[in-house]
Design a protein around this ligand. Sequence first.
Ligand SMILES: [Ca+2]
Ligand SMILES: [Ca+2]
Ligand SMILES: [Ca+2]
Length: 376
Amino acid sequence: MKIQSKLTAFILLLLSSFSYSEIVNDTRNLDQVTRIMSFGDSLTYGFRLDRDVTYSAQLGNILGVPILNRGRNGLTTQQALGSNGHISTSLREMPNPQIVIMTLGGNDIMNDRRRTNQIKNNMRSVFQAFQDRGAMVVFAAIDPVSNWRRLNNPIGFLLPALWGNYYSELESLANEMGVVIVPRVMTDIWGNQNLTIPNDSFHPNASGHQVLTDRIYNVLANHLPNGNGSTLPRTIKIEAEDFIDASNDTSRGNSGGACTNPQFPDVDFERTSDIGGGCNLAYVQAGESIAYQVNIEQAANYVIKLRAASIRNSRARVLIDGNNHGQMTTNARGWQSFDSIQAGASINLEPGTHTIKIEFLDDDFNLNYLTIQASN
Ligand SMILES: [Ca+2]
Ligand SMILES: [Ca+2]
Ligand SMILES: [Ca+2]
């Protein structure tokens, strides 16, 4: 068995180096993709490696597009989120990435396996934060179960128990959210002394990053423009404060005191502590409404999501070009605990200008932004 698995590993290596040389000659047209970010933990950062051998650098060379490496050693999902979290600071460096390649979640599992549900919820918010900026998220997922026996690590034997169902749950989350997944990206790297840095057996060395590069590219290639797969999903984001009409506010003046619009001085906005900062619509009363204009370039099916928060379950109705599109209800998680919640089913929108009107059916509805995302 042992010899067989070594042989399998050797064949896998041969295969991966073969396809790697093919990739270098790839002449895929990437004119439309100029902003790529890699994001996440030490696997992305390239723990103890020179900057030019990380998967980000290698993949950037292949694609002919430099990749902004926003990896940080030890990063957890908690540290990624929040108004000053690693996502916010990364999005200040590259506000509208077209592709975000990501490794994340491993540190959470190691630190506290009991919070698997919390970690999954955090991952949902992490994916959403980048999708809300219009990015295609490519998630390089780790499944340790097949690798742990070869880990030169005192807690290696704990890993299968630590991970539990986490991998399959993340896989279904990614599928549900339209995140592109690179499956089991660390298989045969962990515990392989030829592919990991000395006295570590966990963090990939330059050759390990070459294998990562290959695995990520093989998945990514199907989603690039002029590739054989789908083109980049495009998400349009409209800030709540960028409205065109909000003439029926029920209280005099801006009760939130921020982002006041001189044309509509009664609309209520306050500073938000959600990802990205700015303002959210606040002090909403039932019967108020607010309207937006969106310019659609490509005919497609689109999903409308409202980035909303409340202390109760408050309903809003969405109208597109005057027609009822459907409702959504906020989660009652707190005034600044925002979730992106879909209103209605997907809708086919033709190129041109459309209006999206939001009618509030209940009091107490904070709105940070809305997204119009092409769905498959
Ligand atoms: Ca007001
Ligand atoms: Ca109001
Ligand atoms: Ca906002």
